[in-house]
Ligand binder design. Structure first.
Ligand code: URA
Length: 177
């Protein structure tokens, strides 16, 4: 029911430009839920979250630091459809999509949530966050532990030093698994 309804969603304007609704992937009993912003071009074509270049970086770091492969993670985004030109989702798009991630979290048992990027971190926490101040710092969220970190696209743009920041934020998750 959820999948059929979400796949046919027309709650916002992205329904007119997307190819696929990218709902999420992975087992509902995964120990870690990874939450990004919105699908990019590769995800819009392939229907899976984080299969493009930034996803490959993120998943490599998670594998190296947490010894968890893609199949052991639940991966999703706060917006399920690609914004044209990969624009940051608007408030209206985030609001329209929130019931979908709320429904997803109702079925997930992950004790640890890794939000990547300010958009997903702010959406889940319900407050505007300054990533430079909060990244890598665990906080309680709805009976789980949430760790916000930079989006891997920012790490790709920022070069090796930024990749190491993302890596060390991910490493901070070890003690919560
Ligand atoms: N960026 C995201 O935030 N999510 C994806 O699924 C891909 C790229």
């Amino acid at each position: 029911m959820f999948l059929a309804e979400a796949s046919a969603c027309t709650r916002c304007t992205l329904a007119t430009t997307r190819q696929r609704v990218v709902i999420g992937s992975g087992p509902h009993d995964a120990r870690v839920a990874v939450v990004g912003e919105a699908p990019g071009r590769h995800e819009d074509e392939g229907g899976e979250p984080f299969i493009g270049r930034s996803g490959q970086l993120l998943l490599r770091l998670i594998e190296e630091e947490l010894s968890l492969s893609r199949s052991a993670l639940y991966i999703t985004n706060v917006v399920k459809c690609r914004p044209p030109e990969n624009k940051t989702p608007t408030r209206a798009q985030l609001t329209a999509c929130q019931p979908w991630w709320e429904e997803q979290f109702a079925t997930l048992t992950a004790p640890l949530v890794l939000t990547v990027g300010a958009t997903s971190s702010s959406a889940l926490l319900g407050e505007k966050i300054q990533m430079s101040e909060v990244h890598g710092v665990a906080r309680a969220w709805r009976g789980r532990t949430l760790i916000p970190t930079y989006h891997p696209a920012a790490a790709l743009r920022g070069g090796p030093a930024m990749v190491e920041v993302l890596r060390s934020d991910i490493r901070a998750a070890v003690s919560y698994l």
